[in-house]
Write a protein that binds this ligand. Structure first.
Ligand SMILES: NC(=O)CCC(=O)C(=O)O
Length: 259
């Protein structure tokens, strides 16, 4: 199973329209991979709060259309990162899309934990309230977006729902890069799952992005890590390794729930 994480540079100098076309081409270049993953809010920038209202789209808007076509042309499963979704009642969500190799919508995930405390995303967006898993031929993806990474109970919920590969799509700041690496490895170790953590590069809303996307195996080994700039990280995964790890070191079975 080959996965490619596209760590997109999300800079203010580039328009959303031109970035969308550029990213669609990058996805097309990954034909031969089974799964492609994009970062959080790569259309506007995770910290470009002033653009959230103006660039919001309905679920079936231009980002969906461009990504469905790119997934179909490349013949890949595509976790298309997230975009600012305007729901029917006018409220905004940070919504991730997963598209099948024929361009069908396989899943959506509305970010559950909004970042910003009393500003930015936390006040501008509404929160999702459902966990999302997606069954692929050889593995089940569990979806999380950026700040969700700090909430291990969400990941345990995904594992309980059958996830074997945890996908973290993010726009993580450079100033907390150590947390990014540490928490992604922790989620892989404690949930005995692959973690595909795709962040962005560049700078938006005055916040320099960490880059350093990484792929971690179910034993916590970092299989590949990007640098700080735009980059495609391609890794071969062995889906059997999740079951093997959980069998050989069955810590998940020793959980004591309900205490
Ligand atoms: N976009 C985000 O969710 C940022 C999260 C973050 O900066 C952090 O958790 O630290």
């Amino acid at each position: 199973m080959r996965a490619s994480l596209i760590q997109i540079a999300v800079n203010e100098g580039e328009s959303v329209v031109s970035r969308r076309a550029r990213v669609a081409d990058l996805v097309r270049e990954q034909s031969g991979s089974d799964l492609v993953v994009l970062p959080e809010l790569w259309t506007v920038g995770a910290f470009a709060y002033e653009q959230f209202e103006t660039e919001a789209e309905p679920l079936d808007g231009p980002t969906y259309g461009a990504m469905a076509a790119a997934a179909r042309d490349a013949g890949v499963w595509l976790h298309a990162g997230s975009f600012v979704e305007r729901a029917g009642d006018g409220s905004l969500y940070n919504t991730a899309l997963v598209l099948s190799p024929t361009g069908e919508l396989a899943a959506t995930y509305r970010k559950i934990h909004r970042f910003g405390f009393d500003q930015g995303e936390a006040v501008m967006m509404s929160a999702g309230d459902s966990l999302t898993t997606v069954a692929l031929p050889e593995q089940t993806l569990g979806l999380a977006t950026c700040y969700d990474l700090r909430f291990p109970e969400l990941f345990r919920g995904l594992v309980d729902a059958g996830a074997t590969t945890l996908v973290v799509s993010a726009g993580w700041p450079a100033r907390r890069r150590e947390h990014w690496t540490l928490l992604n490895r922790a989620r892989a170790v404690e949930d005995q799952s692959y973690v595909l953590a795709c962040g962005s590069a560049g700078s938006n809303g005055g916040v320099e992005q960490a880059g350093h996307s990484l792929v971690v195996d179910p034993w916590g080994e970092v299989l590949a890590e990007a640098g700080p700039g735009e980059e495609v990280l391609t890794v071969d995964l062995d889906p059997k390794k999740v079951a093997e790890t959980r069998e050989q070191f069955p810590a998940l079975k020793d959980r004591r729930l309900g205490l």
